[in-house]
Write a protein that binds this ligand. Sequence first.
Ligand code: CA
Length: 403
Amino acid sequence: MPLLLVPALRSYLKLGFLSLALSSPAWAQTEFQQCLASLRSPAQAAGVKEESFARFTQGLRADMGILEKLNNQPEFRMPIWDYLAVLVDDERVAEGQAQMVKHRDLLHKVETQYGVDPATVVAVWGVESNFGQTMGLYPLTQALGTLSCFGHRQRYFRGEFFATLRILQAGHIAPERLVGSWAGAFGQTQFMPTTFERLAKDFDGDGRRDLMDSVADALASTAYFLSQAGWKPSQVWGFEVQLPAGTDVSGEGRKTKRAMREWAARGLKRADGSALPASDAPAGLMTPTGANAAGGPAFLVFRNFDALYSYNAAESYGLAIAHLSDRLRGAGPFATPWPTDDAGLSRAERREIQALLRSRDHDIGEIDGVLGDKSRIAIKAEQTRLGHEVNGRAGQKLLRALR
Ligand code: CA
């Protein structure tokens, strides 16, 4: 969760498939064993019993491939319209709505207890783990053990490693089930281990807080997280707005809250052209790509948007959750288009482009809707052939050209 990479990037990099402990040299394993031995006593001071430490680190080997993840910033910065196109696509809306029907009673109980509505909880679930289907494939003790002994954030990761060992010691999740992202976010909520310890809930009452295999525990934990982050029941996250031409947006943002009546006085309207409510509710003006005559959609955001933001500390992430929750309630896409003539692709369109690349004899690996390194090489080759800008990004233009 709140770490290093937003969820979409995590899956784009196909993190589950690239890492091989095989690539880790013998010197690293020797150093790793020495490091683990040195962690035994601080782990004990942090509440990990000696026999637990021995049991859960037995046979543990470093995975040096994870260090490459830590050190390499993703080379490809995704425009926000690509990010949203993939996270909030028709498939995820349809599946989220089906999940809301399937878990109606549970979601009602969760809302009663924590004050967070079903669409918001299900939107977080859909973005974090695709409704429990994509949770990462890295064994957590290995990933966090490695990061505790190598790399530039050892102190931070040791805290997460010890928390992982405490979670196993308490028997919440079986060791072989505890897998997640390379950076340690795990389960249907993609909590870090220390976040799990603070905020995970046993909502199905079986005595274990199981964010891997219990939907009830996962959804309740998400709602509890948001309630602790300041979520206000029965209030919206915000909404899209129209800005009058020439609105000065410099200095405005999520954190610069002004009373709604002030925004109304400045001429802002709701996206459908209707007047803003004349209230004192504090709202910030968020313009992810600039003022909206030329720049794309603009939003007034309330306190509840900050709660969504805190789940992953990125405004694009908060907007994906917020927008997906609106779509789950039946709303349509944003009224103002993004400032691009080459809009982003849904996951279905990404699978289509992969199939088209494969039909042109490119090796793109699996057709899974995730444009990883192989797909990008193929995309660059086709961009060169077509005389497009060669940047490895696939949008509607390339899709149309390949069709
Ligand atoms: Ca449980």
